[in-house]
Design a protein around this ligand. Structure first.
Ligand code: ATP
Length: 262
């Protein structure tokens, strides 16, 4: 029998069952059920305030859910089982679980007084325990992967927004995450910089990384996404293959949203 802290995942990286979250009296997530398989790229779209970021933040322990259950790679988020009972997870166990999850935000949160490579290097040394030399090699490899081989020694203020966002992606990858969460990674960028960041994400998807991407980039969702979820007012209103949802939305709220953004 499945114990409360484990889930019969059948290859799922993320399982959400009836996940609810409220801030004060405001219900922001109202019973989210979904599964993201290993290697899947799930895109989440929806109007402002529908709860998309909050859902990602709950997966990454940045918010606590009020009801329901959430598993990452078969491990229950925020709780551990002792005997028959669930207990709140200790901070060191939360920190361990968060190492499996890389998150990239809309606003790149780089250290301004560190170069690109020094922004990336911290995770391999501190989190993964690599020697300084190996961490440096790892950070260089990741910066090459995101196309910044000629910008490694520059400070964030010397980089464009798109380049800074690619450093942020390299830094998240430096933890060797099993799961990458992207929260509107291109919406703060000038239009001409968006493509380079999306290309890095596409390469990551093709490498087999499991990804949940909150985005307004419908072209990316159609081309790269394996699944598309439309959220509104804290509910999953509709989900399916991106090309189907985008071309032939079934729900009137999805239709209304897409008519504004497509
Ligand atoms: N820490 C908080 N305290 C109170 N309310 C919050 C908090 N964080 C989010 N909210 C509220 O939760 C709702 C959902 O916010 P969320 O950022 O998840 O929406 P979203 O769908 O990601 O929106 P957007 O597309 O504009 O980023 C909003 O009404 C927001 O004001």
């Amino acid at each position: 029998m499945t114990s409360p802290s484990t889930v019969a995942d059948g290859g799922a990286m993320v399982v959400a069952q009836k996940v609810s979250k409220r801030f004060g009296s405001v219900e922001v997530l109202r019973g989210i059920d979904l599964e993201v398989n290993k290697g899947e790229v799930m895109c989440i779209i929806g109007p402002s305030g529908s709860g998309k970021s909050t859902f990602l933040r709950c997966i990454n322990h940045l918010e606590r859910i009020n009801a329901g259950r959430l598993w990452v790679d078969g491990v229950l988020i925020g709780y551990e089982q002792r005997g028959d009972r669930l207990h709140e997870m200790k901070p060191k166990h939360i920190a361990r679980q968060r190492r499996d999850i890389g998150m990239v935000f809309q606003r790149f949160n780089l250290f301004p007084h560190k170069t690109a490579i020094d922004n990336v290097i911290e995770a391999p040394t501190v989190v993964n325990g690599l020697s300084k030399k190996k961490a440096l090699a790892r950070a260089e490899e990741l910066l090459v992967r995101v196309g910044l081989e000629d910008r490694m020694r520059m400070y964030p203020s010397q980089l464009s927004g798109g380049q800074q966002q690619r450093v942020a992606i390299a830094r998240a990858l430096a933890m060797d995450p099993k799961l990458m969460l992207f929260d509107e990674p291109t919406s703060a960028l000038d239009p001409e910089l968006v493509g380079d960041v999306l290309d890095v994400m596409k390469e990551l998807a093709q490498s087999g990384m499991t990804m949940i991407v909150v985005t307004h980039e419908m072209g990316f969702a159609r081309e790269v996404g394996d699944s598309l979820v439309f959220m509104d007012a804290g509910y999953i209103v509709e989900s399916g293959a991106p090309k189907d949802v985008l071309a032939n939305p079934q729900h009137e709220r999805t239709q209304a949203f897409l008519s504004k953004v497509l």
